[in-house]
Design a protein around this ligand. Sequence first.
Ligand code: PLP
Length: 411
Amino acid sequence: MTRTSPQHAPMTQYRTEDNCLVIGDMPLDILAHRIGQTPFYAYDRNLISQRISTLRNKLPDQLHIHYAMKANPMPAVVQHLAGIVDGFDLASHQEMLVALDTTMSTDQISMAGPGKRPQELAAAIAAGITVNAESFNEIEQLAIQSDRVGLPANVAVRINPAFELKSSGMKMGGGPKQFGIDEESVPDALRTIKQLGLNFIGFHIYSGSQNLNAASIAETQSQAVDLAIRLQVDCPEPITKLNIGGGFGIPYFPGEKPLDLDQVGESMATLCERVSAELGKTNLIIELGRYIVGEAGIYVCKIVDRKLSRGQVFLVTDGGLNHHLAASGNFGQIIRKNYPVTIGNKISADQLETASVVGPLCTPLDLLADKMQLPVADIGDLVVVFQSGAYGLTASPGLFLSQPEAVEVLV
Ligand SMILES: *Cc1c(COP(=O)(O)O)cnc(C)c1O
C-alpha cells in the first residue's frame, strides 16, 4: 500500500505565460530585468485588493477590517491598503510615521506592543491615534506624556485573556504573557484610566497568529466578545472600539488547507449581532496582517551555482535566510518544513528532479527548500518562494553575513 505524501496547496493566485510565472501582469523574467537585481520581493497590488474584496463579501458589513502593519510595512503596500481597509494597527514609531504618510484617518489608527517608550507614547498622543496600553506603567506614562504634549491621550486596554487561541501557530494570550494586562487586573486598570482622566476608547484582545481552523477562530472571537461584555460595567465610558485581533492563517506547508472563510463569516455575523445587542454602538474590529498580504507576495532569488554532493542536487542562490528567515524554517517553526517553492521561469517544465535550494551564507540553516521536487534548473534561473507577502524582509536578519540587500516592489 502506498500513501501519497501531503502536497502544498496549489498557488492558483498567479497565472503563467510561456512557462513563466506572472505577477502584477509582469512575466517574472521581465520583472527581474526591470528591477535590475535579484533577490527581490514582489507584491501584487491586485491580489491584495482582491483579498480585501473577498473579506468584505464574506464577513458582515458592520465589521471593521484593519491592517496589522508589521506583517508588511512597505510604504507602497501600506499606501495601497489605506484606500481599501478601515484602519491600521501598528507597533512602533516608525510604522506610525509610514501610516501617517497615507490618507488613513488618525482616529482609525492604533498602536500596540509591549515596551512603548515615553517618546513613542508622546508621538502617538500628538498624532491623535489610539494607544493600546499593555501595562499599568504605560497607563501612567500616557498621563504624563499627555500633560507634556498638551493633548488628551486615547487609550484602549489590551487584555491578556485567561483563554488561549487553539490551533494557532504563535500564542499571544493566555497564561503569563508580556502582552496586555491580565484579565483579572483590567477593572483596576480601568479605574486608573478614569482617575487620570484619559480618553477611554475600548478593548484590544489579540490571542494568536496563523490559525487555519475556522471553528477555533469562532470560539476565540466569541470568548473575546464575552469578556468585553463582562467588563462593560467597569468601563469609565462606553466601549467605542472592540478589537478582537486577527490571526487568520494561510496555507504554507504540505497538507495545510486554506481557511474556510465562509464559516468564519457565518460565526462573525452572529457575533456582530451580539455586539450590537449587548454593547450598543461599539465598533467591532478585526486586525489582519498575514491573511491580507501573505499570499500576494513572492520572494525571488537567482541560481548562481548548481552542484552535486554525494548524489544530492544543490541549487545555490544569491538569496536566503538573511532576506527570508521564515522560509528557512527559523521563524517560529518547531520542525522545518518547506514553503511552496518553484523555478519561476521554468514553471511547467516536464522534467522534475529532487533538489535543495540553499543560500550563500556559511551556515546549514541557510536552506530555502530541502529535497523538493522542482523543475530541473540551472545557473541563472529564478527561484520563487510563494506565500512571502507577510513576515518576509522585515522579519529577517538582513545584516547577517553582510550580503547585498533584497529590494521590494509593488506591482
Ligand atoms: C502581529 C499582530 C497582528 C497580525 O497578526 P496576523 O497573524 O498577521 O494576522 C494583529 N494584531 C497584533 C496586536 C499583532 O501584534
